[in-house]
Design a protein around this ligand. Structure first.
Ligand SMILES: [Zn+2]
Length: 252
C-alpha cells in the first residue's frame, strides 16, 4: 500500500507552468508562445520575461510578467486549507496582455462588451461582459448552471456586478472588471482582505462564506476564484483559462 501511495504521490506532482499554458488556455487568440515571446493572432507580441524587478512581493504584484503570471499554480481543489502566506494564484498579472486581448482602453473595451442574462432568485438581470474569446457565453452558461442549485446556494449569486472601468483599490493597476471578464457576487455578505489589513505583506486571517458549489461551476468554465488567494476576495471570479490548461494546474 505504501508503494501505491507513493506512486499516486509522484503522479500528483504537477508539471511546471510553461508558455504553452497560454496557447492551450486561450485557443484561437494566442498564436504561439515560448520562453522568449508570446504572440497573439491579432499580431500583438510581448516578451515572455521582462527586466522589471521581481525581488520583493510589492515588485511582483506591481510588475509581474507573463512568466510570473503562471508562477503560482491554481488548485481547483477543496477549501479546507486557507491559502499560504502570499499565495495568490492568478493575482500576479501582466496588464498589457489583457489590454491586447480585451481592449487597450475604456473605449476599445466597451466596443467588445455584450449583455448577458444572469438569473436571480426573483427573475434575471442584464450584465455587460466582454465577448472576446467567448467570455460572455461562458459566463452565461455559469449563470444557467447556478440557477439549478438549491436556493441556499443561489443566494450567493445575488447582487452580481461585472464591468466597471476602474483601478484596484489603492493601486494604479486596472481591475479585471475593467476588461469585462470578472464578476462579483453577494457583495454585502462576502469577505475582502483589505477590510482586515492595509499592507500587501500583512498577516491576515482567512475568511470565507462563498459555497464550494458555486466556486466549482466557475472553475469548470475557466474562471478563477479570489477566495483561493491569501489576499482573499471571496466575491470575485475572473476568466483566466491559462491557469486551467493541461499541465498548468496543481491538480492532474
Ligand atoms: Zn471583483
Amino acid at each position: 500500500m505504501k508503494c501505491r501511495w507513493l506512486m499516486i504521490g509522484v503522479v500528483a506532482i504537477s508539471l511546471h507552468a510553461h508558455p504553452q499554458c497560454y496557447v492551450q488556455g486561450y485557443g484561437d487568440l494566442v498564436a504561439h508562445a515560448n520562453e522568449t515571446t508570446l504572440t497573439l493572432k491579432n499580431g500583438a507580441s510581448f516578451p515572455y520575461k521582462t527586466a522589471a524587478p521581481k525581488t520583493t512581493w510589492d515588485d511582483k504584484i506591481n510588475s509581474a510578467d507573463l512568466e510570473m503570471q503562471l508562477s503560482q499554480t491554481y488548485d481547483a481543489g477543496g477549501i479546507e486549507t486557507p491559502p499560504e502566506y502570499l499565495f495568490d494564484p492568478g493575482r500576479l498579472r501582466y496588464q498589457p496582455f489583457f489590454q491586447a486581448l480585451y481592449g487597450k482602453d475604456k473605449k476599445e473595451i466597451e466596443k467588445n462588451l455584450v449583455t448577458i442574462s444572469w438569473p436571480t432568485l426573483k427573475s434575471s438581470i442584464k450584465l455587460p461582459v466582454n465577448n472576446v474569446g467567448g467570455v460572455d457565453k461562458k459566463l452565461y452558461l455559469i449563470g444557467q448552471e447556478i440557477s439549478k442549485l438549491p436556493k441556499a446556494d443561489r443566494l450567493w449569486a445575488e447582487g452580481a456586478t461585472t464591468y466597471a472601468y476602474r483601478v484596484i483599490k489603492d493601486t494604479d493597476r486596472l481591475s479585471m472588471h475593467s476588461f469585462g471578464i470578472a464578476i462579483d457576487l453577494a457583495p454585502t455578505t462576502t469577505q475582502y482582505w483589505k477590510d482586515e489589513a492595509s499592507s500587501e505583506t500583512a498577516h491576515i486571517g482567512y475568511k470565507n462564506t462563498m459555497p464550494l458549489s458555486i466556486v466549482r461551476i466557475f472553475e469548470k468554465h475557466g474562471f478563477i476564484w479570489g477566495g483561493r488567494w491569501y489576499h482573499y476576495d471571496t466575491m470575485h471570479f475572473e476568466y483566466r483559462p491559462e491557469l486551467f490548461a493541461p499541465g498548468c494546474t496543481s491538480k492532474k
